[in-house]
Design a protein around this ligand. Structure first.
Ligand SMILES: C[S@@+](CC[C@H](N)C(=O)[O-])C[C@H]1O[C@@H](n2cnc3c(N)ncnc32)[C@H](O)[C@@H]1O
Length: 276
């Protein structure tokens, strides 16, 4: 289980308007709304589940959304935020996404996987499981801003300066340095074409491949610096409170020094249909 307290949850980041817009666009592209059974994989604190519920047809009383995550704290927050819905049933499933086959008893019409696919080491195996859980013509939709090329070259200087200042802050204030030997899966990134190849190998036809440039505001980098997975990814081995402090403090300094108003990032969105 990850070290995931409510304090370092994904909620404050996921409520930012720019982030909602990116994900809403994905659901629009994929025409989510007609399906009666949908999986929200890696649902986190429930933003995507809420967006899915909003897109369901008004009379979709017998729809079901399975919200899957390995963080019990994230699922608890999601359940609190979503509450009871008349329109559809939401079932929360506490599981590793890699165990989808074992925890999902029925086949579904759509699987939505937002901002999480980069965490999974064996993507082909997971995508094959997704395919097996889909009904004929079922769709699989995902997005990620962690792929090879997601950081435009003109932003590299920002990340470099931010990292240097954060490391300096950790060293001087706490006498700490990250554990360079710790490997974090989300740092190993695939190209969009590699994702397409894996999907095709797993038995999908690509419907939409979209790469969008998003201007991420200061608030985006500030709130993501308070998210446990992000801190652990950038500063492996550093306690969350100290990592969060170092990242947020140095972000402010670098942002002011470089007179930034936003730092762009590319988001990859893919929608694919199961080949029968
Ligand atoms: C960046 S958040 C994304 C949340 C949501 N899908 C969104 O787009 O707003 C990633 C979520 O994936 C979950 N997660 C990461 N690896 C996982 C795994 N192997 N199995 C289940 N959940 C996982 C984390 O607990 C976290 O809630």
């Amino acid at each position: 289980m990850p070290n995931y307290s409510e304090e370092f949850s994904f909620s404050s980041f996921s409520n930012l308007p720019f982030y909602k817009k990116v994900n809403k666009r994905l659901l629009d592209i994929a025409k989510i709304g007609d399906q009666k059974s949908i999986v929200d994989l890696g649902c986190g604190t429930g933003l995507i589940t809420k967006l899915i519920l909003k897109k369901l047809k008004k009379d979709a009383n017998d729809s079901i959304v399975y919200a899957v995550d390995h963080s019990s704290n994230a699922l608890k927050t999601a359940a609190e935020e979503i509450g009871e819905r008349k329109q559809a049933t939401v079932k929360y499933i506490h599981s590793e996404v890699q165990n989808l086959k074992q925890v999902l008893r029925e086949k579904v019409e759509a699987v939505i996987y937002c901002n999480s696919i980069h965490y999974v080491p064996d993507k082909l195996s997971l995508i094959k499981q997704v395919k097996n859980q889909l009904k004929p013509n079922g769709i699989f939709v995902f997005n990620t801003s962690f792929f090879e090329g997601s950081h435009p070259p003109e932003t590299h200087n920002f990340y470099r300066k931010w990292m240097i200042r954060s490391l300096r802050e950790l060293k001087y204030k706490y006498g700490l340095s990250p554990d360079k030997t710790a490997k974090v899966e989300s740092r190993k990134q695939l190209t969009p074409d590699e994702y397409i190849c894996i999907l095709e190998d797993a038995g999908f036809n690509i419907v939409v491949k979209d790469i969008q440039r998003i201007e991420v505001p200061h608030d985006g980098y500030y709130h993501i610096s308070g998210f446990s997975d992000w801190i652990e990814g950038i500063l492996p081995g550093i306690p969350l409170d100290k990592g969060c402090h170092a990242l947020q403090k140095s972000l402010k300094l670098v942002w002011e020094d470089m007179k930034l108003s936003s730092v762009p990032r590319l988001w990859l969105s893919i929608s694919a249909v199961k080949r029968n």
